[in-house]
Design a protein around this ligand. Sequence first.
Ligand code: GAL
Length: 415
Amino acid sequence: MKGIRVLVVGLIFSLLLSTLAFAGLSGKLEIFSWWTAGGEAEGLNALFNIYHKLYPDVKIINATVAGGAGTNAKAVLKTRMLGGDPPDSFQVHAGHELIDTWVKTGFMEPVTFLYKEEGWDKVMPPGILNIVKYKGDYWSVPVNIHRANVLWYSKAVFEKYNITPPKTFDDFFAVCEKLKSKGVVPIVMGTKDGWEAGHVFETFLIGTLGAEGYKGLWTGKTKWSDKRVTEALMLFDKMLNYVNSDHSALTWDEAGQYLIQGKGAMMIMGDWTNGWFMAKKFDGYGWTLAPGNEGIFDALSDSFGLPKGCKHRDNVIAWLKVLGSKEGQKEFNMRKGSIPARTDVDMSDFNEYLQSCAKDWNKDKIVPSVIHGAAASEGWATEYKDAIALFVAKRNVMKTQKALIMAAEDAGVDQ
Ligand code: GAL
C-alpha cells in the first residue's frame, strides 16, 4: 500500500516537473522552407521530431513551398516579409542571400547571444561562421554544408559499358559519346524550375577557371569577358547535345528517376541528391566531381534565423537551439545528404559519400555557389540564372556572355 502511494506521489511529482519545464513554450511555430523532395523532407521532419519531444505543447506548422533551390519559396517569402507577416523562422542560404537580402535591410534580429550561450563559434568552422556574420553579429544558425559540384552516376550503366568516372572535360565528352552510341541518355537534367542549368554551369565555370578564377568572377578580379567564360559556355553548349530531350518538363528530382531506372547515366547536381537517393532506397549510384573540379568544393549552407516581429519568438529560439545542437545536426544531415556545420558531430553513422565529403571539406579549396545564395546578392544571382536558362533555349554563346557581363555591371562590379 505504502509502495503504491510512493509511486503515485512520484508520478504526480514528475508530471508536475515536466509541465513546469515546458511552461511558457506553447502556441505555434511556423517553419518556412522549400524542403519537399525526398531526403529534404525527411531531414526537416527529423528536426521537427526532436523539437516535438522537447516541446510537446508547441504546434509546428510546416510551411513549405515546393521548388528546388527555393525558386518559388523565395518569392512567397518576400511578399510575406514585405507585408509584415514573417514566418517564425525561414530557410535561407548563408552568405549574400542572408546578409544582403535580409540583414542589411533590417529584417532580422541578431542571434549572437545564442552563439555565446551554446558555444557554436567554437564548434563551427570559420568558413561558415564568416558568412553568417555581419558587423560583428551572427544572424542565422547554419544547419549544414552542401556540396554543389558533384557528378552522380549509375553504377550499373558504368559497369555495363566498362566506363571509369570522367575527370576532365575530354574524358567527360568521351564518356558521353560512348553512352550515346549505346542508346543511353548520357546526362540527365531537369530544367523546369529555371535554376538547374545555372547550377550545372557554375561547375563548368569552376572547371575552366579554377578556384581562384571562379571566385574572382564575384569580386571583379576575373572579368566576365574572360575567354575561359567563353570556353565554359561552349562546353556547356556541347553538353546540351547529350541531355534528355524532355528536360524542360522535369524538376531535378524527376530527372533523377532516369538515373535510378538506368535510362540515364550521369547527373551534375548538389549532394541533396545523395539524400534523395537514400529516401528512394537506391544505392546503385557512384559519384565523382563535375569535370575539371578536382580538389575544389563548391559550397553552400542552409540556415535559419530570427525574423524581427515573428509571432512566436521564444519558440523560435528553442528551434534555433535544436538546429545548432549536435543531435539536431546529426539527425538532420544524415537524411538530408549534407555534412553538419558543426565539426564535432560523430560521422560514423553517415553514409560513405558523406564521410568522403567531410574529408574533402577539410582539404579542398572552398568556393561559394552562386545559384544557392553564397557567392552574390540575389539580384545578380537571378540575372545569372536567367541568362543561363535562356542559353539552354537559344544556345547563343556571345549573347549569353554579354548578358553575364551586364549582370555583373548591374551588381556594381566593374567589367
Ligand atoms: C538548395 C538547398 C538545398 C536543397 C536544394 C534543392 O538551394 O540549399 O538544401 O534543398 O536547394 O532543393
